[in-house]
Structures are given as structure tokens and as C-alpha cells.
Write a protein that binds this ligand. Structure first.
Ligand code: MEV
Length: 308
């Protein structure tokens, strides 16, 4: 049997703008993860069990564009595996689906790694990342590639589409509270809506994306230098621009406000928006208080994570 695990992720700065070539910062979240076990099967076929999404099926029963079928078929074709072996695949994940925490990318990366090692094949991170990006296109339409990149490398990433991967260093660890609105919001939809908005006035929205890029650029410096006291204002500014881009929601705004009232240094939505998760920068000693206030304000779940 082979096993592989991949973390969740949060975007600190630059979501949506990153689809338009601007930089974004994302970090892995190891408190949540996708896990995949692959073992040889006594019955014929490739049997997939994914209790989190209520899936129990043989590979051929899945639509060819189902992301799990796409991983298995593409990987086996790419590796010239023929005929397909008989396998049992069990996928478990603690990453909420459609919440901005990169659940799709984490399942893809964990599944690909587990299958590749079960076949005694090895893939470099670069190969795996390129492969996972192709699968992300099925999940998200026109993704930037940031989710698969941060999940594959499991390191803080300063990401610019179509450019080589840059990781960044954290000068001084800082604490983030992540809170889930509990509202699933597929990234594909918010990305498609932003595309329509962008096409309605490209010059105007290009300026907005430039402002987001300035924030990401500044945030990288601030994080690398360890000037954490300056980070809160950047989160707040980024959230205001995301509201303007119409990807926030009353529930996300309520959580962002609740975090600020409870003493967070800054807060914003994270990921595709409209639902899913928000993040708040907190002093370590007030993390529990802010998390409790977020729960009172309607958060389904909270995670306290240290960015190091
Ligand atoms: C999703 O985690 C981040 C978005 O910027 C989409 C993408 O980069 O592909 C909203």
C-alpha cells in the first residue's frame, strides 16, 4: 500500500488579480490535509472511495472529465501503464470543499503522488505541479496555477502566472485565524464572474488589479522583513478592493468586521470569495478570543495557524 498527503492552502494576498498576471502570496495550511491510500485489489477494476464527497465508484463509472478520473487516466496514459492495474483507492480529506482552502488541488497532488509511487514511478515537484495544473483547469476553468503550486511545494509562495516558482521567507512568524462562512462557493464561478466584469471595462479593472499587485509586492517585503505590525492594513486594503471586485459577500464581510472588532490587526476574504473562508491577522495571545468571536458571528469552523 502507498500513502500520500497534501496540505490545504490559504491565499494571503492577490487572489483574482493573480489570474491576470499580478503577483499573489499563498501559504500551506497543514492543519487540514487530503490523504490518499492506494493498494492492489483482489477485484477487477479501479475502485475509488471518497467518503467526504459521498463517492464510491469504479473508474469507468465516472465521467471522463471527472477530476479524479482525469488524474488516473492522464497519469496512466502518460506513464504508458497498460492494461490498468486493479486498485483500491481511498481518499479522505479534512479540507472543506469549495471553501478557498485548495481542496481540489490537495486531492489531485496527494492522489498523483500516491499513484506514481505505487507504480514505482517518481515525479519531480516540477512535473507534478505541471500535471496538477492541467487537472486544476477541469476544476476551475482558467486558474492561475497558484493553488497547485503552493500545495505541491508546501512552502510559502510568491506566485506570478507563467513565471518560475519563487518561495519567500517569513522574517518573523505570525498568527492567522481562518474562519469558514460554511457557504460553499466554487472558484470557477467567481473567476468567471470577474472575467465578465473585467471584459466590461478592461482599463478600469486593470488599474484595480495593479493596486492589488502593489499590495502583494509590499506584503512580501513586510513579511520577509518581519514588520508584522504593517501587515494588518495591507489585508484591510486588499479586502476593500475584493469587495469592489464584487467577490465578497454579506457573510464574509460580517466575519471580517467581527474579527476587527475582536482585536484582529487586519482581515480579508481568502480565495475565490462569495463564500468559503476569510483570514484575520492576530496577536498570538488574542487568537482564541478572535476565533471565539468569529464563531459567535456565524463562522462554521475556525483554524488558528502560524505562518513560519
Ligand atoms: C483561488 O484559490 C484563487 C483565485 O485567484 C483563482 C486562481 O488563482 O486560479 C481566485
Amino acid at each position: 500500500m502507498t500513502h500520500s498527503s497534501a496540505p490545504g492552502k490559504i491565499i494571503l494576498f492577490g487572489e483574482h488579480a493573480v489570474v491576470y498576471g499580478r503577483p499573489a502570496l499563498a501559504v500551506p495550511v497543514t492543519q487540514v490535509h487530503a490523504d490518499v491510500e492506494v493498494s492492489d485489489s483482489a477485484r477487477s477494476g479501479i475502485w475509488i472511495e471518497a467518503p467526504a464527497v459521498g463517492l464510491q465508484a469504479e473508474l469507468n463509472a465516472l465521467a471522463p472529465d471527472h477530476p479524479l478520473a482525469a488524474v488516473i487516466n492522464n497519469l496512466f496514459f502518460r506513464s504508458h501503464v497498460s492494461p490498468f492495474p486493479n486498485l483500491e483507492i481511498r481518499i479522505t480529506s479534512t479540507i472543506p470543499v469549495a471553501s478557498g482552502l485548495g481542496s481540489g488541488a490537495a486531492v489531485t497532488v496527494a492522489l498523483t503522488r500516491a499513484l506514481a509511487s505505487h507504480l514505482d514511478g517518481s515525479m519531480t515537484d516540477e512535473e507534478l505541479n505541471a500535471f496538477a495544473y492541467e487537472i486544476e483547469k477541469i476544476h476551475h476553468g482558467t486558474p492561475s496555477g497558484i493553488d497547485n503550486t503552493v500545495v505541491t511545494y508546501a512552502r510559502p509562495v510568491y506566485f506570478v502566472k507563467d513565471q518560475s516558482i519563487e518561495t519567500f521567507l517569513v522574517g518573523q512568524p505570525f498568527t492567522i485565524v481562518i474562519a469558514d462562512t460554511g457557504i460553499p462557493a466554487p472558484t470557477k464561478e467567481s473567476v468567471a464572474d470577474v472575467r465578465k466584469l473585467f471584459e466590461s471595462d478592461e482599463k478600469y479593472w486593470d488599474n484595480v488589479f495593479d493596486e492589488m499587485a502593489d499590495i502583494s509586492f509590499a506584503a512580501r517585503r513586510v513579511i520577509e522583513e518581519g514588520w508584522i505590525e504593517m501587515l494588518g492594513a495591507l489585508l484591510d486594503e486588499n479586502h476593500a478592493l475584493l469587495q469592489h471586485l464584487t467577490v465578497s459577500s454579506p457573510e464574509l464581510d460580517a466575519l471580517v468586521e467581527a474579527a476587527r472588532r475582536a482585536g484582529a490587526l487586519g482581515a480579508k476574504l481568502s480565495g475565490g470569495g462569495r463564500g468559503g473562508n476569510m483570514i484575520a491577522l492576530v496577536e498570538p495571545e488574542s487568537a482564541e478570543t478572535v476565533a471565539a468571536s468569529l464563531k459567535e458571528a456565524g463562522a462554521r469552523n475556525t483554524i488558528i495557524t502560524q505562518i513560519t
